[in-house]
Design a protein around this ligand. Structure first.
Ligand code: ADP
Length: 458
């Protein structure tokens, strides 16, 4: 419990407050003690001076002065204890309230706090001067009892109010800190639920938009991304398994056929081997593409970084296209050459996806036009075909993994739905993008944009 931030904050907060209270207490007590002591000593000194004046006046009128009991008898004396000595310290006169007790005789000027019978007294001793001669001394003392009583009460008040304040701070601090840190509890609870596999849980966002609100917001955003990626991954695995199952089922079917009839029926034998090899090729391609995607997911900057002369690359791709495209016209337009940096083989692969599609989804006697241009700080490679086209509703999805437009499926054009996803990955890892325009029944045009100032990460 005491390890929690709430307790630690409360502890430090209270400790600091305790130090402040004690310091203030000491300062208040110390200064009051000093002020009261100085004031009492001053009052005693004033009293001594008044008696001194009285004695000198008496002396001038030739009255006995020093020994006159009336001087110390009158009511002005109150709680001041007075003693008069001759210049040798012989006691001549004492105030009645001394009741036979004596004050210390000091034959010099003095002003201090002394202890008499263990009690503190403000004590002053002054010489009585008459015509430049010291004729005696006056000692006046006043008990500090009242001051001590007052200071004792003050200590009690300070201690009690200090403890009360501290308790208030302790409890108040604890509850305020706990309330302030409550959102962290919510975050922890949510994180716990998530760690148990509940990925769709989110932290409720309430209260002022402070640091904790922003933390919760960031946490939720992070969770959205994780959940999205997780779902994508799940769909990807499910789709991949599904796509792999079809060729395997076909191969299995033909293998059974072979086992039963293959040995005696050459037609079945031939057909089965043909089908098995076709499906194996499809599977091999699918697995290769899956590996490609997985690799690109792990590290989009995968591979070497080299200077690629796009003009040369496009020409090579064009030659490959000519070899693939039976009955199609392949046209190459190089408006302006460009050099970019990146992985040449990966970019060739991306281009081949576009060219392969342009051939695959074309119509007999159609055309594929490959162009290279450089303008507005970009290198542009476009692959245009006169094929079946893509409907506007399907256009947003063609770059998704395993997506295949209905027409391609119904026309039984072979494909995995991974080509464009791979091409998109490769182009984006070179800071580029692909855009597409298509008119169903007329043809499509895919354009790859590469920024010419892109410096790949090392
Ligand atoms: P695949 O070609 O293996 O099916 P792709 O990811 O390359 O997978 O393409 C996804 C889908 O986009 C294709 O199934 C097809 O429906 C559509 N498509 C791609 N290129 C073209 C094109 N040039 N013409 C018409 N449709 C295309």
């Amino acid at each position: 419990m005491f390890r929690s931030i709430t307790w630690r904050l409360t502890f430090w907060y209270s400790l600091i407050l305790a130090v402040i209270i004690v310091t203030i207490g000491i300062v208040v007590f110390g200064s009051l003690y000093y002020i009261l002591q100085a004031t009492t000593l001053e009052q005693v000194e004033e009293k001594a001076a008044a008696i001194n004046e009285l004695i000198i006046n008496e002396r001038q009128k030739n009255y006995p002065g020093l020994t006159d009991e009336r001087i110390l008898g009158f009511p002005v004396i109150e709680d001041f204890f007075v003693q008069i000595t001759d210049k040798n310290g012989e006691i001549l006169n004492v105030s009645v309230n001394l009741h036979g007790r004596l004050l210390p005789t000091t034959l010099e000027k003095q002003k201090k706090i002394i202890l008499i019978n263990g009690h503190p007294f403000a004590y002053v001793s002054i010489p009585i001067k008459y015509k430049n001669d010291v004729i005696g001394y006056i000692q006046v003392a006043r008990s500090m009892k009242q001051v001590v009583t007052f200071l004792k009460s003050l200590i009690k008040v300070l201690v009690v109010s200090g403890i009360f304040g501290l308790c208030l701070a302790l409890f108040g601090g604890y509850f305020i800190t706990r309330a302030a840190l409550k959102p962290i509890d919510a975050i922890t609870t949510t994180a716990e639920q998530i760690s148990r596999g509940d990925l769709n849980k989110r932290i409720p966002l309430k209260g002022p938009k402070d640091e904790l609100y922003r933390l919760a917001e960031t946490f939720n955003r992070m969770l959205n991304r994780i959940e999205e990626n997780f779902k994508k991954q799940q769909t990807f695995v499910a789709d991949a398994s599904h796509e792999l199952r079809t060729p395997i089922t076909v191969i299995e079917g033909y293998a059974n056929l072979l086992a039963r009839w293959g040995k005696d029926n050459p037609k079945v034998l031939h057909e089965s081997i043909e089908a098995i090899s076709r499906e194996s090729r499809l599977m091999k391609r699918l697995i290769n593409q899956l590996l490609n995607l997985a690799r690109a997911d792990l590290d989009p900057e995968i591979g070497r970084q080299e200077e690629i002369k796009l003009e040369q690359l496009v020409e090579e791709v064009c030659q490959d296209a000519e070899a693939m495209a039976e009955g199609l016209k392949i046209e190459l337009n190089i408006y302006k050459g460009a050099v970019i940096k990146g992985n040449k083989e990966a970019i060739r692969q991306a281009l081949m996806v576009l060219v392969d599609n342009a051939v695959k989804y074309n119509v007999p006697g159609g055309k594929v036009e490959i162009s290279l241009d450089a303008r507005n700080g970009e290198a542009l490679i476009s692959v245009e075909d006169t094929g079946i086209g893509i409907s506007p509703e399907e256009l947003p999805y063609i770059f998704e993994r395993f997506y295949r437009a209905d027409k391609s499926r119904s026309k039984k054009i072979q494909g995995t739905g991974l080509g464009l996803a791979i091409a998109k990955n490769i182009v984006e890892s070179h800071a580029g993008h692909i855009d597409v325009k298509s008119i169903p029944g007329k043809g499509s045009c895919f354009t790859i944009h590469f920024p010419l100032d892109f410096v790949p990460a090392k």
